[in-house]
Design a protein around this ligand. Sequence first.
Ligand code: DC
Length: 228
Amino acid sequence: MKRIIVAVDGFSSCGKSTMAKELARETGYIYVDTGAMYRAVSLFCIRKGLMTDSKMNEEAIASELENMQLEFKTNTDGKSEIYLNGENVENIIRTLEVASGASRVSTLGVVRRELVRQQQLMGNNKGIVMDGRDIGTVVFPQAELKIFLTASPEIRAQRRLLEMKAKSESVDYDAVLTNVKERDERDVNRTESPLRKADDAIEIDNSNLTPAEQQQILRTLFAEKTLE
Ligand code: DC
């Protein structure tokens, strides 16, 4: 069976990571959450005071990047988690503040170039499922299977809200919906690698699909590509 690269792109809170993780688990492929990398850069910048609500110091961020080491490690129950300079930040990066910061730092060319370089190294041996915004267009334009996942902003906000409530975080629907729409706007309109569907990507709108239905579609597409 052929080893391939699977690129999963799409809007925030679409369920990309659930889909990508499940496929990686079923196939024994490596799973890489590139959003976690941008979130970790955001956390790094917030902590160092390089980014506040009103401004971002691009020059300082560029020169501090060499002091930021990112790594994925597999924890005891087989889940891949991100480490920032040796600290497990997998949970801390899931707040709305860090998410908004990630959407801002991800507009910077200097940040994107560094993260894309690291992501391309991870795909050297194929056998990888990577999710993000620019995987099929910039990181792995040669990926054998490209998925572009979409769902309406309202459905995505509702799903995100449930996830946050499950973690006992106090947020309301309107705040989550506003955050989802702001991030969409920035992802689609930024100059550096804006979110767009690669010409050869397969679009899946999962607004009305159950996770099981979605996974079955992906499984079939994966089987087709690896048997070719
Ligand atoms: O997928 P996520 O919500 O964890 O991503 C966080 C932010 O990072 C999101 O606003 C867009 C950005 N991002 C990006 O620009 N490129 C990627 N490949 C992944 C994420």
